[in-house]
Write a protein that binds this ligand. Structure first.
Ligand code: SF4
Length: 380
């Protein structure tokens, strides 16, 4: 079993390089651009426009990230003005100054399925608006994460910097990352409190770009916490029908043209979860159509637990084509409890926040299966 830790702030020689339209990251296969929905729904028309941007590639796809963001790769370096404009025309970059800091993960089914203590969608929108309105908060790092959990415990387990955990209708605890303690406030006061804490973080970091997270400050953020939480275990991640709605996983987190074309026939908006899946409102009757397009509608599909980093040919550090190996692995993957992550090098990009099976640079499908059996045996 593997547990990977991020480099400490002392080990970092430069600021973060999380990509955006204003700051693409250049990989072996070209520029990478990330678009952040900030926990809000994404128009399917915007997905279609993004797909047009990568349509000339041999294997066009929009990648879903573990923070519910959308990523394009293999773009020209430097980005052409036409591509920049095409991406901005999707409406997914509402603030040029704040595009890199709109890192918000919220309970994806909040307000849709009756679980959780409240509908956090208005809070999610208010947080995004408040973030973008504050010039100070443009100085948060691209790795600084806000989570908003409606009380069901599905996203509070993410590795976050500032969070909200709903404790009842209209009540919540505002949390600082790395602790289960915070401050109980009315839900209506959650966004102002998050903004104040984020401002304090920016001030205390003092422009040091090697400080990425609240846990790296010399002194704890905020006043002495006044509320403790007994956080619930994370619930099962749903697939298929949830009431009238559909939740579909996207194999390897790669949204392909046929997926988007099918989505466009059944809905006009989707919500991207941090688990490489989509919530499609009022689309339960369309599940057979979504499944026929290659989206995953059953919890027992191997694609609900099989993941891979970018690997070759996109990443020059990789020892193998990780996704090809994962595709070979899918039909023979035994049932198991843990996510399985195939990595092309020791960086292990995109690994789950939870315990997982670490398949590092396997030389063959057989070797990967052997690693999986070995690492899962203590859990069975
Ligand atoms: S884990 Fe290594 S090989 Fe895979 S994408 Fe990250 S850097 Fe590249």
């Amino acid at each position: 079993m593997c547990r990977v830790t991020a480099p400490s702030s002392r080990e970092r020689r430069a600021g973060d390089a999380c990509p955006g339209v204003s700051r693409p990251f250049v990989a072996a296969d070209g520029s990478i651009v990330r678009l952040r929905p900030a926990g809000r729904t994404v128009p399917v028309d915007a997905l279609s426009r993004l797909m047009d941007v990568v349509a000339v590639q041999p294997d066009p796809a929009i990648q879903l990230t573990s923070r519910g963001a959308l990523q394009l790769r293999g773009l020209p370096d430097p980005l052409t003005p036409r591509i920049r404009e095409a991406i901005r025309a999707t409406g997914l970059v509402p603030s040029a100054s704040h595009e890199l800091v709109r890192n918000v993960v919220a309970s994806p089914l909040s307000g849709l399925d009756g679980a959780g203590h409240c509908d956090l969608r208005p809070v999610t929108r208010a947080l995004d608006t408040a973030l973008c309105a504050d010039p100070v908060l443009a100085h948060l790092g691209g790795r600084f994460l806000f989570v908003l959990d409606d009380g069901r415990g599905d996203v509070v387990g993410e590795s976050f910097d500032l969070g909200v955990f709903a404790t009842g209708p209209g009540r919540c605890v505002v949390l600082v990352g790395g602790t289960d303690r915070g401050w109980e406030v009315p839900l209506a006061a959650a966004v102002p409190r998050l903004v104040a804490l984020a401002q304090e973080f920016v001030e205390r970091a003092g422009g040091d770009e090697s400080v990425w997270h609240v846990s790296e400050l010399a002194m704890p953020l905020g006043t002495e916490p006044t509320a403790g939480l007994d956080l619930p275990p994370p619930p099962e991640r749903p697939r298929g029908a949830v009431g009238d709605h559909a939740v579909v996983a996207v194999p390897l987190g790669l949204l392909r043209p046929d997926h988007v074309a099918t989505l466009a026939r059944v809905t006009d908006r989707v919500l991207v979860t941090p688990w490489r899946s989509l919530v499609v409102e009022n689309a339960a009757p369309a599940l057979p159509e979504l499944e026929a397009a290659g989206l995953v509608t059953h919890v027992d599909s191997p694609w609900t637990r099989l993941h891979a980093c970018a690997g070759l040919p996109g990443c020059a550090r990789s020892a193998l084509d990780t996704r090809a190996l994962a595709r070979d692995l899918a039909p023979v993957l035994p049932r198991g409890h843990l996510p399985v992550h195939v990595s092309g090098c020791e960086r292990r990009c995109g690994t789950p926040a939870t315990a997982y099976v670490d398949v590092l640079t396997p030389r063959s499908t057989e070797e990967a299966l052997s690693t999986i059996a070995e690492q899962e045996s203590p859990w069975t």
